[in-house]
Design a binder for this molecule. Sequence first.
Ligand code: ZN
Ligand code: ZN
Length: 343
Amino acid sequence: MADGRYAMLEAPRHFAVGSGSIPVPGTGEVRVRVHDCGVCGSDLKMWAGTHAFLRPPLLIGHEIYGTVDELGAGTNGIGIDTPVVVFPAVGCGACFHCLRLQPQLCADMRFFGGQLPGGLAEHVLIPEENLIVVPDAVPEHQRVLIEPLGVGVHAVGRAQVEPGERAVVLGGGAIGLFTALVARARGLEGIILGEPSAARRSRAEALGLETFDTSITSIADAVSDRIRPEGADIVFECVGSEATINASLAATRKGGRAVVVGNAPATVQIDGLTLQRGDRSLVGVLMYDKGDLVEGMNMLADGLLGALPEDALVEAFSLDDVGAAFAAAKDGTLGAVRAVVRP
Ligand SMILES: [Zn+2]
Ligand SMILES: [Zn+2]
């Protein structure tokens, strides 16, 4: 039988590219031939050995676009070669959250590319119910972006935005950029995106977003000058640090919401007076529901990212260059929104 190739994260900052027999799908499973696998901020933490709870050896990669390659028993006949993306979370199936179709909140949540084998491989086995069929209208190079876009859809949902509200997005990586675009599509006006990297700001501006340079202008000054002195209705924190979480909370108006989308440190000290005496809300965001991925996918089909050329959105690396993909994503030399591995 033929072999399939994969990249195993063996130790911090060390991948080993190997091969083994192509996996055979079990009951209810589909084998996906991986075309693109994106490199996420959380993948970078696993790679660097700084993730909150996942340590190498790991088969990482949860941002998976591919095509159906083989069907296991008991699948419902999804066609061979159908383009699909993966909803990576798997829950226990029986708890409060699983029954509400939010397995990502299950106490026993596992995900493909974490506790379960991921997409830095030619093939991956996925339960059919975790697959989402991608329509032709989504440009092929954008399909790998459906997963990070789903985070933005979920974040904006958690913020309970009202049309006409004014928001700041802090952080212009993929998650910040996509959160800003979804917020605009949901009726928020005059969003300003704060980001120190000129390359990231220029990509956001090419998509019609206003930006400010956080290495020159504080978020408080940007909000005071460009939104209102009392503060923004919503700040989306897409960085993941104690300093930016507090700056986000302080930049909201009284009664406003600070939405923590970035991966927060284990312990964060919050200004209690700003929170309580300001009548403010501090909201956490984890991943997305399956429906959020579908919504993001439909936004891509409608041309959400059409103003950016392919090479500004994804920079592709071969499986043998997986280490270079992670290094570029980590050190900021990436010339695109996402580093993508094409096994
Ligand atoms: Zn991701
Ligand atoms: Zn559960």
